[in-house]
Design a protein around this ligand. Structure first.
Ligand SMILES: C[S@@+](CC[C@H](N)C(=O)[O-])C[C@H]1O[C@@H](n2cnc3c(N)ncnc32)[C@H](O)[C@@H]1O
Length: 207
C-alpha cells in the first residue's frame, strides 16, 4: 500500500530489499533495551521494519513476541500490520515504546509522522528514531540510484541530526536518553554506496 505523505518511490525502493537486513537497528534497540522505564513486558511498536529482523532482534533481547508489533506499507508477515505511519491503525497510548528506524526519511510530512508516534506512545513512554546521515543532494541521489528517494520539493529539509529529529516532537520531548550524531560523518556519495555509512539516532521519553 502507499500513503499521501509517503515518497512515491517507497514501494519500488524497499520491496527490492524486502529480505535484506543488517543490524543497524541495534543502534536504537540496544540502548532502548536498558532504559529503566522499559521492561521486558513493554508493548513495543516498530515502524518500518520492512521484514521481521527488527522484531526478532527485540525478541532476542527478551521482549515478548506477543507485545511487539510492526507497522509497514509492505508486509509478508503476521507480525507486521499493513498501515501508514501518518495514520496508524492503533488506538491512542497503545505502546510503551515506539521505534522508527530509517523510515522517517520516506515521509514528506515528518512532523505528522512524529505527531502520530506521540499519539501512539503512552505519556512517559519512549520514542526512538534514527535516520541515515546523508550529504547527498537531489542530483547526487539521482546519479547514485537512478531516481530520487526523497522528494526534496516536498520536505522543508533533510532530517540529518538529532536536534532536527527532536524538533519534530516539539515540547513533548521529555528526558533525552541517547543521542548519536553520525560521529564519523560518512555519507554515501554520488559515485558510490559506502559500506559504513553513518547514522543519526535519538531516544527520548515523551511527556
Ligand atoms: C529503509 S526500511 C527500514 C528497515 C529497517 N527498520 C532497518 O532500519 O533496517 C524503511 C521501511 O519503512 C517503510 N515505510 C516507508 N514509509 C512508511 C509509512 N508511511 N508507513 C509505514 N512504513 C513506511 C518502508 O516500506 C520500509 O519497509
Amino acid at each position: 500500500m502507499s500513503g499521501d505523505d509517503t515518497v512515491k518511490s517507497n514501494y519500488m525502493h524497499n520491496v527490492k530489499a524486502i529480505f535484506g537486513c543488517d543490524n543497524r537497528m541495534n543502534l536504537l534497540i540496544f540502548p532502548l533495551s536498558v532504559i529503566e522505564t522499559i521492561s521486558r513486558e513493554s508493548k513495543i511498536l516498530v515502524i518500518g521494519p520492512r521484514n521481521e529482523n527488527d522484531i526478532y532482534s527485540l525478541i532476542g533481547l527478551g521482549f515478548k513476541k506477543e507485545n511487539i508489533k510492526g507497522l509497514d506499507l509492505i508486509s509478508y508477515s503476521r507480525m507486521i500490520t499493513l498501515g501508514d505511519m501518518h495514520t496508524a491503525p492503533f488506538e491512542d497510548d497503545s505502546f510503551d515504546a515506539v521505534i522508527c528506524g530509517w523510515t522517517i526519511s520516506y515521509s514528506t510530512n515528518p512532523s505528522l509522522a512524529a505527531l502520530e508516534m506521540l499519539r501512539l506512545t503512552k505519556r512517559g513512554g519512549v520514542i526512538a528514531v534514527a535516520v541515515e546521515y546523508s550529504t547527498l543532494t537531489e542530483k547526487d541521489e539521482e546519479q547514485l540510484v537512478g531516481y530520487n528517494v526523497q522528494e526534496f520539493d516536498r520536505i522543508p529539509s533533510r532530517v540529518n541530526s538529532s536536534e532536527q529529529i527532536l524538533e519534530l516532537f516539539g515540547d513533548r520531548v521529555g528526558p533525552v536518553f541517547f543521542k548519536h550524531d553520525a560521529p564519523n560523518k560518512i555519507s554515501h556519495t554520488a559515485d558510490e554506496l559506502v559500506p559504513n555509512v553513518s547514522s543519526v539516532a535519538v531516544i527520548f521519553g515523551s511527556n
